[in-house]
Design a protein around this ligand. Structure first.
Ligand code: FMN
Length: 174
């Protein structure tokens, strides 16, 4: 699958089979996460990869009801910002760098036939603090988002129509 096909066919997948994700595929997904652009190439992220069922359940609970797909996922990746590595004059870029890493996780998974759903964490600080506590994260590491991953079950990966909207685009001038 090429990059455009992965972008255009990706949908959030919230139902997964029991099949585990092969370790080499998880590593490729993590390599993709670390292959995106980041402000001044700070690569100011860190990842917690979870495959144990009980820990996935705890992560789901810590993020509240919208994170329930994690309970049946084969893996969950907690994308974090590592503020010690962030760009000094404007450390807030960590949020953008984390989002790019998270999207690369979703797209690389799609390219391998693995479903994903992004579970929003930052800036909902109750979720951020819950995940921080669950994983006993260092003070300088902030949870950004969770990506639940697994082989898709049922019809959750149905294709969608183009989202292109001409009136959102302003050529040359507004
Ligand atoms: C920042 C962010 C937070 C999200 N949080 C959740 C979530 O907590 N639970 C969930 O099921 N989906 C979540 N999603 C997935 C969106 O609901 C989904 O991307 C959107 O409805 C578009 O559908 P699609 O991904 O199938 O194109 C989130 C997506 C983003 C980008």
């Amino acid at each position: 699958m090429d990059a455009l096909e992965a972008i255009f066919t990706r949908r959030s997948v919230r139902k997964f089979t029991n099949k585990p994700i092969e370790e080499e595929k998880l590593r490729q997904i993590l390599e993709a996460a670390m292959s995106g652009p980041s402000c001044v190439n700070a690569r100011d992220w860190a990842f917690v990869v979870v495959t144990e069922k009980e820990k996935l359940r705890q992560m789901a609970q810590a993020n509240g009801r919208p994170a329930q797909p994690l309970k049946e996922a084969a893996a969950g990746i907690l994308v974090c910002g590592d503020l010690q590595r962030a760009f000094g004059p404007a450390p807030e870029y960590w949020v953008i760098d984390g989002a790019i890493a998270a999207q690369n996780i979703c797209l690389s998974a799609q390219a391998m036939g693995i479903g994903s759903v992004w579970l929003g964490t930052w800036p909902q600080m109750d979720r951020v603090e819950n995940q921080r506590r669950l994983f006993d994260l260092p003070e300088t590491v902030t949870p950004h988002s969770i990506i639940a991953l697994g082989y898709p079950a049922g019809e959750s990966a149905a294709p969608r129509e183009s989202r292109y909207e001409e009136d959102r685009v302003h050529w040359e001038k507004w």
